[in-house]
Ligand binder design. Structure first.
Ligand code: DGJ
Length: 533
C-alpha cells in the first residue's frame, strides 16, 4: 500500500474508532431478541454488584479486588441520593467522579444504581432534609391508618425532588463521561411497599375511587392482565381483587417513569428498574411480597406507566430451577430485554448466567461481591467469587461473539434441574442431548450437585460451539436426516482470540466417547463439527 493511501486508511480507521467509542450504549430489538450495543456492537455485562454501603472511596479497593478476582467487565454500584444532595439543590458529584476515574483505571464499565426515593421499598436513602419533613415527603399510610416504612408514590414534592436530582445526575454524567464508562442506570432500587398493598392516605384513596386512566384500558393490556375488557370504571370495578396492587403498581411506576424521563431527557442512556420478585408459579396475594414493584404480574402496567425505562429487570434470589427459569422466561419479552442485575452470590446461581444468555439476555450480576468487613457479610467473599470468575474468564475473550449469537438466536442453553434429568435443545437439523450427573440415563456419574449447565451456539450447518460444566453433550440428526447415524467429525478444545476460534487440542477417545464430550467442573469451550453417516 502506498504511504498516502496508508495514511488515509489509518485516519479513517482512527476516526471510525473515535466515532464508535462516542456512540451511546443502546438497547436494540430484532425478532423479539435484544442486544446492548456498546461501541456499536453487542456487549454482555459480565457484572458484579457491590454491597449497599461500599460506594465510598474508603471501600472501593476491596470492590475492585473483587471485580478483578471475578474477571467482571462491569461494576454495578449505588449512587446515594443522601450523599449526592446533602442540602436541597446543592449537588456533590465527588463520589460519581471517583467511581468513573477508578473504573477507567481498572478498564471496567459501570452500571449506576440510583438509590433514591425507593431502596428495597423504603425511603432510607432520601436526604436528611427530606427525612426530617415527613409531612412534605410522606410515607405510605396503611389500611389501619398507620404509617408504613415506605415512601408514598402520591408524594408530589418527593417526586419533584427526585426528578430534579436524577436529572442533575444524568446531566453531570453527560458532561464527564464522553467515553461511556457508564453503560446503564438503574432508577431506584426494588421499588414498591412491604407492609401495605397500597397507599390508603386520603389523596391516594380519592384517586383509587376515581376512574382508571385511559392508558390502562386498552383491550390488549386488560387481556394481558387477565381481566375483562371494559372501556371505563373505577380501579375496583376494572381490576376486582387485584385492584389495590394494580393501583400501587401504576402509582409507583408513574412516579419512577417521570423521574426516568427527566434523566433521559438530559442524557439518553438505557435505564431500568429492578424487581423484588414474587413467586411466579403460585400467583400469591400481594401481601406476600413488595407490592407495586415491577413483579411479573404487573409488567404490562409498568410498560405503559414508565415508557422511559428500557428494561424491567428481575433480582434473582428465589430458590429452585423451575421458579427461576420461569422468571427468566417472564422477563424475556419482545418489549423487554432480559437483564439480571442481581442474583444471590451462591454457587448454584452461576448456572442462571447461562440461562440468561441462552434467552438473549444482555447481562448478569451477582450481588454483594466485596468483603465489606461487616458480620453480615462474608469475609470469605473472594472464595465465593471463584465460580463466577472461571465463567467470566472463559466468556471474556468471546463476549462479543456470544452477545452476537444470542442476538441472532443462534445461542441456546440448558441448566441442570433438581432431578438431574437429561435435556434436549433443538437446532436446525440437529438436536443436542445434554446429560447431567446423578440421573440414570445419559448422565455423568459422580456429580450429585445440581450445578451442571451447557450453552450451545449453532454457527453453521454442522458446526457448534459448546461451553459448559458438569454435563456431556451428544447430538441426533433432525429433519431430513432424522434417524440416521452420525458421529463427531472433530471436537476441538480452545478459545476465541480476536473473533477467531483457536484450538488448543483435538479431543477424542475417552474425552468424547461414551455419550459425547464431557465437561468437568471448570468451563471449557469446544468447537464441534458433526457428520451424518
Ligand atoms: C436486594 C437489594 O436490591 C440489594 O440492594 C440488597 O439489599 C440485597 N437485596 C440483599 O440481599
Amino acid at each position: 500500500m502506498r504511504p498516502l493511501l496508508l495514511l488515509c486508511t489509518c485516519l479513517i480507521a482512527a476516526n471510525t474508532h473515535a466515532q464508535s467509542t462516542a456512540s451511546l450504549p443502546v438497547i436494540i430489538e430484532k425478532h423479539g431478541r435484544h442486544a446492548l450495543l456498546v461501541d456499536g456492537k453487542p456487549f454482555l455485562i459480565l457484572g458484579g454488584q457491590c454491597h449497599n454501603s461500599s460506594a465510598w472511596a474508603a471501600m472501593l479497593p476491596k470492590v475492585w479486588q473483587a471485580i478483578e478476582a471475578m474477571h467482571a467487565n462491569t461494576l454495578e454500584t449505588p449512587i446515594y441520593w443522601e450523599q449526592l444532595e446533602p442540602r436541597q439543590g446543592e449537588f456533590d458529584f465527588s463520589v460519581v467522579d471517583t467511581l468513573l476515574a477508578q473504573a477507567r483505571a481498572h478498564g471496567a464499565h459501570l452500571v449506576l444504581l440510583w438509590f433514591a426515593t425507593w431502596k428495597n421499598g423504603s425511603n432510607h436513602y432520601m436526604p436528611e432534609w427530606m427525612k426530617e419533613n415527613a409531612s412534605l415527603y410522606p410515607n405510605v399510610t396503611g389500611k389501619d391508618g398507620r404509617p408504613v416504612d415506605s415512601p408514598s408514590p402520591d408524594a408530589k414534592a418527593a417526586q419533584e425532588a427526585d426528578t430534579k436530582a436524577f436529572a442533575a445526575l444524568m446531566r453531570h454524567l453527560k458532561q464527564v463521561d464522553a467515553v461511556h464508562t457508564v453503560l446503564m442506570v438503574q432508577v431506584e432500587n426494588e421499588a414498591g411497599a412491604w407492609g401495605s398493598v397500597r397507599d390508603y392516605a386520603a389523596g391516594a384513596q380519592r384517586s383509587f375511587e376515581g376512574p382508571v386512566p385511559a392508558e390502562l384500558l386498552k383491550p390488549a393490556l386488560l387481556k394481558a392482565l387477565g381481566v375483562p375488557v371494559v372501556s371505563a370504571g373505577t380501579w375496583q370495578q376494572v381490576f376486582g381483587k387485584r385492584a389495590d396492587e394494580y393501583f400501587q403498581a401504576w402509582s409507583v411506576a408513574h412516579y419512577i417513569g417521570r423521574v426516568a424521563a427527566a434523566g433521559k431527557a438530559e442524557y439518553p442512556l438505557p435505564l431500568y428498574a429492578n424487581a423484588a420478585l414474587r413467586d411466579p408459579l403460585t400467583n400469591p396475594e400481594a401481601t406476600n411480597y413488595e407490592s407495586g414493584g415491577p413483579t411479573d404480574n404487573v409488567l404490562p402496567i409498568w410498560k405503559v406507566a414508565a415508557p422511559a425505562l428500557d428494561i424491567l429487570a428481575p433480582d434473582i434470589y428465589l430458590p429452585g430451577s423451575e421458579r427461576v427459569l420461569k422468571v427468566i422466561d417472564l422477563y424475556n419479552r419482545p418489549d423487554n430485554a432480559l437483564f439480571v442485575p442481581e442474583a444471590g452470590l451462591i454457587h448454584d446461581n452461576v448456572k442462571y448466567l447461562y440461562a440468561t444468555l441462552g434467552n438473549s439476555g444482555i447481562g448478569f450480576s451477582p450481588f454483594g461481591i466485596d468483603d465489606n468487613t461487616l458480620a453480615a457479610a462474608d469475609t470469605a467473599a473472594l472464595s465465593k467469587l471463584e465460580a463466577y470468575g472461571q465463567e467470566y474468564a472463559a466468556l471474556a475473550p468471546m463476549m462479543r461473539e456470544v452477545a452476537q449469537w444470542a442476538f441472532e438466536g443462534k445461542l441456546k442453553a440448558v441448566v441442570e434441574h433438581e432431578d438431574h434429568a437429561a435435556q434436549t435443545l433443538d437446532f436446525e437439523g440437529w438436536q443436542a442431548n445434554v446429560g447431567f450427573g446423578g440421573g440414570r440415563s445419559n448422565t455423568l456419574p459422580g456429580n450429585p450437585k445440581t450445578d451442571g449447565k451447557a450453552m450451545i451456539a449453532h454457527l453453521d450447518q454442522h458446526t457448534f460451539i459448546l461451553m459448559g460444566t458438569g454435563c456431556r453433550v451428544s447430538f441426533s440428526p433432525l429433519g431430513n436426516n432424522a434417524g440416521k447415524a452420525w458421529q463427531y467429525l472433530k471436537v476441538e478444545e480452545g478459545s476465541f482470540v480476536d473473533g477467531q476460534f483457536q484450538a488448543r487440542r483435538i479431543l477424542n477417545g475417552d474425552e468424547t466417547d461414551w455419550g459425547g464430550p464431557q465437561f468437568g467442573s471448570r468451563p471449557t469451550v469446544l468447537r464441534a463439527t458433526l457428520v451424518v453417516r
